[in-house]
Design a binder for this molecule. Sequence first.
Ligand SMILES: *Cc1c(COP(=O)(O)O)cnc(C)c1O
Length: 240
Amino acid sequence: MHRIEDTLTQVQNQINSAAKAHNKNSNDITLLAVSKKHTAEKIREVYTLGLRHFGENYIQEAQEKQAELAALEITWHFIGPIQSNKTRAIAEHFDWVHSVDRLKIAKRLSEQRNAYIAANHSVDKKGEIKPLNICLQVNIDEQESKSGVMPSDAVETALSIAKLPMLALRGLMFIPAPSSDYAQQRATFSRAQALYKELQQHCPDMDTLSMGMSGDLEAAIAEGATIVRIGTALFGAREA
Ligand SMILES: *Cc1c(COP(=O)(O)O)cnc(C)c1O
């Protein structure tokens, strides 16, 4: 059995030493705890240890945990594939969406977030409206039947999304083809970073490069990740 306080310390040490080795500031890197298939109690435990950002992939599962944990100040990130009939629930229950992979989905999220805000929800403690933070998912390895826009379409699609009201386009998200080879991981994330830099030339406010999971965390940080999405290394293996 893993003790979560130990695995959390390990992951944080990994982030800090990768940042140091590659001349990055670890304060610029957010650890997103990917809690899919793990219980609300586990989330509460990690929250108590100081984490505030949690990522979920399945809307129904997420909503059940969100209801249980409503008293906590969690920033919820949706990171799973998005079907159009689920956009309303996502627009109403999350602070971030990393897995926007087409303009149509972004338009629906924008309209539905707008309706939700108009109904006077989703304001912060000062009563200010909160747009939905968005990352465009890019299929960096151009894998068949995987989510994400093609790299060649990424900047144009991002610029269209950036114009939509009630969304704040924050950057790009990547899930590379699995590889355990460090040099290969670096090469892929380096292409991801180049695309992100290109987008930043058009949108200097862009501040989020969401990449790196349990198996490729160091390579992602070396190439400038600002959010790493960590499940297994933190919570242990998920049941199928
Ligand atoms: C499940 C998942 C993760 C976490 O993966 P681990 O290998 O368990 O760290 C990260 N990002 C996305 C999009 C996921 O679906």
